[in-house]
Structures are given as C-alpha cells and as structure tokens.
Design a binder for this molecule. Structure first.
Ligand SMILES: [Fe+2]
Ligand SMILES: [Fe+2]
Length: 278
C-alpha cells in the first residue's frame, strides 16, 4: 500500500509550465507588470479563471477588472501568483473525493475558503507573506485527492476505528494506509517544487506546533481549516475528527472577536458565487 501510494504521487502531473514560470517571474524583483501580463496572455483559459477569481467579492474591488494588465496592476504580483495557483489546481480539486465522502466541488470549496481564511488570518497577525498563507490554505488537503481511492477500499474499517476509538482521523489514516493526507500532500508539494515552507505547512497542518519549520504559517492554515469546518465547508467523513490545537491560536495571539470577524468576512465572500469558480 505504501509503495502504491508513493507511486501515485510520482505519477501525478507536474504543475503546468506556465504556473512555474509565473512563480519564477513574480519572485524576480527585476520583472515588470508588463512581463507578467505578457506571460499570462499566452494562456487564455487560465487567464479567464484568474479574472473571475480577481472579481470575486473577496477582493472587493468597486469596479470590474476586465483584463489581465489591470489585474496585475491592481492586485500585485503576490495576489496574481496566488490566483494562478488556485486556477491551476481547480481541475484537480473540484472532482468528487469519494474516500472522504466529498461531493463534486466540495474539496475545491473547502480549499478555496481555507485559502482566503488563511490570508485573512495572516493579515490580522501581520504575517508578512500573505500569498504564501493563501497557497498553504489552498493546498493543505491536496493529499486527499491521492488517498481517496485507497480510503474507499477500507472505508468501513476507517469509520469503525474513528467512531469506536476516539482517535483522530490522521491517526487512523496512518494506522490503516501507512500515511496521513498531510504527509501525502507534502510529497505532492515537493513534486511540484514548491518552497520548503509550503511543503512543511502542508505536512503539519493538523499539528502545527510540532513542526521544526515555520509554526506561524502552519498555525495560520490550521486555524483557517478549523474555521472552515466550523462553518460546515467541505465536511467529509473526517470533518469532525480533527482537534483544534488551542496552542496554535495562542501562538497567533488571536481572541474570539478576531476569529468571529474572520468568519463573518468569509461568509460575506461566500455569498458571491464568483469566488467559487465552478
Ligand atoms: Fe487536512
Ligand atoms: Fe482541511
């Protein structure tokens, strides 16, 4: 089983070349808005998705952003990088994830709201790299796409274990499959050559204080994920079986009012259909 799962990760397609180039270009201090617009103009379908996301209520621009050069100027390199990443994993995340009892579009919705929430939390705690938080939130559960199939085979066994034993869902995944979805997701991120902080954040999103890496980033995504679950966004069979680590909330120095504020901003963004892409 372990080897099978590892080879599934290896077989996963690489990130589209244009995404890798957008990442490189937006990290290069010498590139201009014109360079980025020109690069994006080569992929119309990606650009269309980026514009739909850019026009979502979440970013709250008073007027419509109609073309990519405006989007680049108004939103900046970091946001464009986040949106390109979101648009490019959309196909992977919008499919049903049967092993976790997630209907079509539910994992996408969960991932996108977690991404927005992570960005909001990052802003609130003055974490410098907002787009890193967004992408961490977006990709935190990507491992579920891989594990889903194997989980389907042992579905009943998993249910019995979580219900009877009161252990966390990730513990059951490790026990029955050999990996949890966080570890598998981290391997996917590695395969995509994402920066080590993101790989680490995905690996530790259910136990953010245990990382030797960036515990702030992992805590941001952990809290955002918990908020999504509280709001009932993308609850599969596993939804209720992850504890919120109160130490993560302490580390971020957030109180109940802060969290309620983030929830209400997310709820506002959700009213708007564009933010969901589907
Ligand atoms: Fe997760
Ligand atoms: Fe999640």
């Amino acid at each position: 089983m372990l080897e099978k799962i590892a080879s599934r990760v290896r077989d996963l397609p690489a990130l589209p070349a244009i995404v890798t180039r957008v990442i490189q270009l937006t990290e290069d201090p010498n590139s201009t808005a014109k360079d980025l617009s020109e690069l994006l103009s080569h992929d119309q379908s990606l650009t269309a998705k980026v514009l739909r996301l850019a026009n979502s209520a979440y970013y709250g621009f008073p007027r419509r952003i109609n073309n990519v050069s405006d989007a680049v100027v108004l939103l900046g390199f970091g946001v464009i990088r986040s949106l390109v990443m979101a648009a490019s994993v959309y196909d992977l995340l919008e499919k049903p994830v049967q092993g976790y009892a997630l209907a079509p579009g539910e994992l996408w919705r969960h991932s996108q709201v977690c991404a927005m929430g992570s960005r909001l939390i990052a802003q609130r705690v003055k974490y410098r790299y907002l787009d890193q938080a967004y992408i961490g939130g977006l990709l935190h559960d990507i491992g579920k796409v891989i594990l889903s199939e194997y989980l389907t085979e042992v579905y009943q066994q998993v249910i019995d274990r979580v219900v009877q034993e009161k252990i966390t869902f990730t513990e059951v995944e490790v026990e029955i499959l050999g990996f949890d979805h966080a570890a598998v997701g981290a391997r996917v991120a590695e395969k995509w050559n994402l920066p080590p902080e993101l790989v680490d954040c995905i690996a530790y999103h259910h136990r953010p204080l245990q990382t030797t890496g960036n515990s702030t980033l992992a805590s941001i995504v952990h809290l955002s994920d918990a908020i999504c679950m509280t709001m009932g966004i993308g609850l599969g069979i596993d939804g209720m079986y992850y504890p919120l680590d109160s130490q993560a909330v302490e580390l971020l120095k957030l109180n109940t009012t802060d969290i309620e504020l983030i929830m209400s901003r997310l709820a506002d963004a959700l009213v708007d259909g564009n933010s969901i892409l589907a």
